[in-house]
Design a binder for this molecule. Structure first.
Ligand SMILES: [Zn+2]
Length: 324
């Protein structure tokens, strides 16, 4: 049997799976992403988790035919590395990935994608409905999209297509994004920015039981309070507005038939996040209004997308479909 490896390198966790050529997962492992001291520590964690996933599957790493990696960016595709990752501490300058993985697995067939591109590869491979025009959108600690147009997954220069979280949705630019620019979608709606946005919206006229000034206020607190707390409802309503504007921009650019949404914020609050987008989209979109669905792959969207990428690379069959 042929074996394949998928890796999801996120800002919080590193995950790896080993699968067969139907994409069936045979073994897996994960660990926290090291927050330093340098990028090499992150590379070493990736290699360790891949070895553990191979051990879990009872597979010799050298028996692996191909590997895929879905990673936080920005990427340096030519070097097969992450370059100064935006969501990790500044001391992490460069994280080499494809070279060290090729060495560990004894194969040159190691493909690096940004995480959302891996997500859309996975949706096309595993989901029941897999049209040629689709989007995988993640709403997590960041916001980004992987896009398939006419059956091609868009990669862009250096693999950095789909940074839709940095689209301006608010030209008045009330809030500054983590990237330093104003009015970006991610600056309002990503998991890290929801509490900041709640503080921004809060004023003396709102009574709320949310610990609005507590440093530990989280996106989960805001969504949990919705339904019982009028201010939390107001925040969720505003988030729905910006998310719908962001998705409408993506729809006008790429004309997808389906938008699959993943990422912790969406996975933990599917109705509160997706329903407002579904409700508003018909009024915002002048072209075909796509279906907006929660990803069918849950937390595994990126790691299984990376696995699907490896299977496609290893078998050379772009149109094959997996079994989830
Ligand atoms: Zn930004």
């Amino acid at each position: 049997m042929a074996y394949y490896v998928g890796v999801d390198l996120g800002a919080t966790n590193v995950r790896a799976v080993v699968g067969d050529d139907d994409g069936v997962v045979l073994g897996r492992a994960h660990d926290a992403t090291p927050q330093g001291p340098t990028g090499i520590a992150v590379t070493e964690a990736v290699l360790r988790v891949v070895r553990e996933a191979c051990a879990d599957a009872g597979v010799d790493p050298e028996a692996v035919v191909a590997a895929g990696v879905g990673s936080i960016g920005p990427l340096d595709l030519a070097a097969g590395a992450v370059e100064r990752p935006a969501n990790l501490p500044d001391t992490i300058d460069r994280v080499p990935l494809t070279g060290p993985l090729s060495k560990l697995l004894g194969t040159e067939r190691v493909t690096l994608h940004n995480d959302t591109a891996a997500g859309v590869v996975g949706e096309r491979f595993f989901a029941e409905r897999t049209p040629d025009d689709m989007v995988y959108l993640t709403i997590s600690s960041g916001i980004g999209a992987g896009v398939a147009v006419d059956g091609h997954v868009l990669s862009g220069w250096d693999g950095n297509a789909g940074e839709v979280g940095h689209m301006v949705v608010d030209p008045e630019g009330e809030l500054t994004c983590g990237c330093g620019r104003e009015g970006h979608w991610e600056g309002y709606c990503s998991g890290t920015n929801v509490p900041r946005y709640a503080r921004h919206l809060h004023d003396a006229e709102w009574e709320t039981d949310l610990p609005i000034d507590a440093p530990g206020l989280s996106a989960a607190d805001v969504f949990e309070a919705a339904g019982d707390d009028a201010f939390a409802d107001h925040v969720v309503e505003r988030l729905g507005h910006w998310n719908a504007v962001g998705v409408a921009n993506v729809v006008h650019a790429y004309a997808p038939l389906v938008v699959y949404v993943g990422g912790a914020v969406a996975l933990n609050n599917p109705d509160l996040v997706l329903d407002p987008i579904r409700e508003r989209l018909p009024d915002l979109v002048i072209t075909n209004v796509p279906e907006v669905e929660l990803t069918t792959l849950g937390d595994d969207a990126v790691v299984k997308g990376a696995l699907a990428s490896a299977v496609i690379r290893g078998t050379g069959d772009r149109n094959r479909r997996g079994r989830s």
